[in-house]
Design a protein. Structure first.
Length: 93
């Protein structure tokens, strides 16, 4: 059993939002998130506009928030799944 304890407004999604808007300003169309478990959910929901890759070994709690118009579910697992997803989203050849 794994437990993540975070303040209510903290998480990967909030951190990505801060980085994207403050440290490395860029648009949503140039931002892609990737994940495999429940602690990645906030990245796929936060701002409801991030495109993303759910790798082949993704857990059910992440797959439950998939938006087919924004998110790719790769067949490959781990890093190979990220590569597959980036190709599907047009970020890699």
């Amino acid at each position: 059993v794994f437990i993540d304890i975070l303040p209510i407004r903290a998480g990967k999604g909030a951190a990505l939002h801060f980085i994207r808007e403050t440290l490395f300003p860029t648009t949503l169309d140039r931002t892609v998130v990737a994940g495999d478990s429940g602690n990645d959910v906030s990245m796929f929901l936060f701002g409801s506009g991030f495109r993303g890759v759910m790798v082949g070994n993704a857990k059910a709690e992440l797959l439950a928030v998939q938006n087919p118009s924004l998110h790719v579910v790769a067949q490959a697992r781990f890093a190979a799944g990220v590569t597959e997803g980036l190709q599907a989203l047009g970020f890699a050849a």
